[in-house]
Design a protein around this ligand. Structure first.
Ligand SMILES: [Zn+2]
Length: 150
């Protein structure tokens, strides 16, 4: 799980961010507005958390946002340059890239993409009383990380 991940579904996050960062709705009136216009019940605490989350958004989370939201992020230029470095260059990469763009990384389980569209590493993590060996896969395009047991 990425740092700062909030449990709200992606659509809810995007909706709230759209109100906060595109429509520039003040935070203190947003809860009432969302309940009235979107039939969405939120607390001010949740909205505050979501606002903070967007400001601190990681590249992998930014990469799957709709374009208008990508554009209003403070790291837009930096993240865009990053994304351009990682564009697909082969048909195999293109195949993975399309799934990545939809937020789908189930192709991490397909070893055809190993070294082409994701980086595979074995990492160890000190647990309570033993060292755990984990498989770590990192998406070439958006930086999404998946860590799983052996
Ligand atoms: Zn990805």
């Amino acid at each position: 799980m990425a740092r700062g991940t909030v449990n709200e579904p992606q659509e809810t996050k995007e909706l709230v961010w759209e109100y906060l960062f595109i429509k520039k709705e003040p935070l203190y009136t947003l809860s009432a507005k969302l309940s009235r216009t979107e039939n969405l019940e939120t607390t001010e605490y949740q909205l505050r958390k979501l606002k903070k989350h967007f400001i601190e958004l990681e590249f992998s989370e930014w990469a799957i946002l709709p374009e208008p939201l990508k554009r209003v992020h403070r790291k837009y230029a930096e993240y865009k340059a990053e994304a351009e470095k990682c564009l697909p260059r082969t048909p195999l990469q293109q195949e993975a890239y399309e799934m990545c763009s939809n937020g789908d990384h189930s192709w991490f389980n397909d070893s055809r993409f190993d070294g082409h569209a994701y980086k595979f590493e074995v990492v160890s993590e000190a647990g309570d009383n033993r060292i755990q060996v984990l498989m770590k896969r990192t998406c070439h395009f958006c930086g999404h990380v998946d860590v799983s047991g052996p």
